[in-house]
Ligand binder design. Structure first.
Ligand code: FAD
Length: 438
């Protein structure tokens, strides 16, 4: 007989574990508290502004292999657009544009070639970057030293210049980790440098060709339906119940019970503790330390005229501004992204929209004759966890001391920052652990 699994939480981690287990013939029940699946990845039509909106512009990289596997199973892998080689356009506040384009050499020389041609930096800045990547490649920093420091310290030790930090490292770190160098573990930073810049085929950026829900979420639910899985929305798990050191069932808010052979928690860290009676939490997860959250703010702007030929690329970085990236969504619509946005998130939405518009027009003066006809600002206050050195000790593994309870979620110990890839990888790892248990 097919064995059964309950998955708590219908974000990408939960969807990924549900999809990979349904693929292997498991009877899956997926339970989501909100009225929609997708968690932090969702799209909607905003009546007030008349804009179709993704809650946050999501960008992927060519090392997102678990994500690609997931999309292949649900049939939307073809809806990704891959760069042939890493290429990013930046513009600064005086409207000067700089291109960072990797060369065709094998990694990491491709990056060295790109950095050498990146005119925002002088020779000493470029050399400091290349030397650091080379040292990481050669394993010159020990794991135990890296575990003790954040990335600002690594930059100090490796004599990174101020320009190298502000015009190269910071845009990269804030985009990947949603944190400043002083809040980013040096160990995790080095791991991402290896994945993205040193290993072959890791550095190209990948953009979804369409809205997030249509690529990552709805097709997953259709796939689960086709496998006769049970998918429940607006259903809150209020407690995990234990008997004889195993999970005996999930209690819903209306006191009904779901009983299966295995259980996966795929809720965010800030909801995890609430799944347990304090007595059970203390006995199974008592030494788990709290993570902290970092916000991302997205500003969706619609213009009165066609911007297609005006912005140089599908996306561009902005230098020396509070706004960091701009993405072309349609010929009339852009999304401006501010990550690591704790200070900005305190401003009103009107102030934030004005700030983004004025910085955009400084970096791209060609937009000056264009008027914003509607704006929508989204503040995701708990977008990701802060990946500092302390976080390394606050991420639980997939397996727990309870044999039929597994953990997933971008905050679990995936070795990656909070990303789509981290979430999907965690779900796949939990699914694989259940396959091994059978
Ligand atoms: C604005 C923004 C921009 C981002 N940009 C990028 C990017 O460019 N690239 C990238 O790779 N990543 C990006 N991320 C990160 C990425 O979206 C997340 O890491 C990932 O979606 C997290 O998935 P998850 O399943 O772990 O958690 P979640 O998506 O939070 O899912 C957890 C689910 O559990 C549910 N839940 C909680 N409690 C219960 C309960 N008691 N019962 C039932 N259900 C429950 C929640 O409602 C939620 O749906 C971004 C995130 C945000 C917010």
């Amino acid at each position: 007989m097919n064995r059964s699994v309950s998955v708590i939480g219908g974000g990408l981690a939960g969807l990924s574990s549900a999809v990979f287990l349904a693929e292997k013939g498991y009877k899956v029940t997926l339970i989501e508290v909100s009225p929609k699946f997708g968690g932090r990845v969702y799209s909607f039509f905003d009546k007030a502004s008349g804009l179709h909106i993704d809650n946050g512009q999501h960008i992927l990289a060519s090392w997102y292999h678990n994500t690609f596997d997931y999309l292949k199973v649900i049939g939307t892998y073809h809806k990704l657009s891959f760069q042939n080689q890493l290429e990013v356009m930046f513009a600064d506040v005086s409207g000067v544009q700089y291109s960072l384009k990797a060369s065709k050499l094998p990694p990491p020389l491709h990056l060295a070639g790109g950095i050498m041609g990146y005119k925002a930096l002088g020779l000493s800045d470029k050399l400091s970057i290349v030397k650091l990547v080379n040292k990481i490649k050669k394993g010159k920093y020990s794991e135990s030293d890296l575990n003790k420091m954040n990335t600002d310290k690594l930059f100090e030790l490796s004599s990174q210049t101020e320009k190298a930090i502000n015009y190269f490292w910071k845009p990269f770190i804030i985009a990947v980790f949603n944190a400043e160098p002083e809040n980013t573990s040096a160990n995790m930073f080095c791991d991402i440098i290896r994945l993205g810049f040193i290993e072959k085929g890791g550095s190209e950026l990948v953009l979804p060709k369409g809205y997030l829900s249509d690529i990552f979420v709805k097709p997953a639910i259709e796939y689960l339906d086709s496998k006769k899985s049970k998918v429940l929305t607006s259903s809150k798990i209020s407690r995990i119940e234990f008997k004889d050191n195993s999970v005996s069932g999930l209690i819903l808010e209306d006191n009904s019970i779901i009983k299966t052979d295995f259980y996966i928690s795929a809720v965010p860290f800030f909801n995890f503790k609430n799944l347990f009676l304090s007595r059970d939490f203390a006995s199974y997860f008592g030494d788990l330390k709290e993570l902290t959250s970092s916000p991302i703010v997205n500003i969706h702007l619609k213009f009165d005229k066609d911007i297609a030929g005006v912005l140089p690329n599908d996306f561009a970085g902005m230098l020396s501004t509070i706004s960091q990236w701009v993405f072309k969504v349609t010929d009339y619509q852009v999304c401006v992204v501010i990550s690591s946005a704790a200070a900005v998130a305190e401003k009103t939405k009107e102030e934030i929209a004005k700030l983004a518009e004025s910085e955009l027009k400084m970096c791209f003066p060609c937009l000056k004759g264009f008027n914003v006809t509607s704006a929508r600002v989204l503040k995701e206050m708990r977008a990701t966890f802060v990946p500092d050195k302390a976080s390394l000790n606050s991420r639980p593994g997939t397996k727990t001391s309870v044999s039929n309870l597994l953990l997933a979620g971008d905050w679990t110990d995936t070795g990656l920052p909070a990303t789509i890839e981290g979430a999907v990888k965690s779900g796949k790892t939990a699914a694989n652990e259940i396959l091994k248990l059978n």
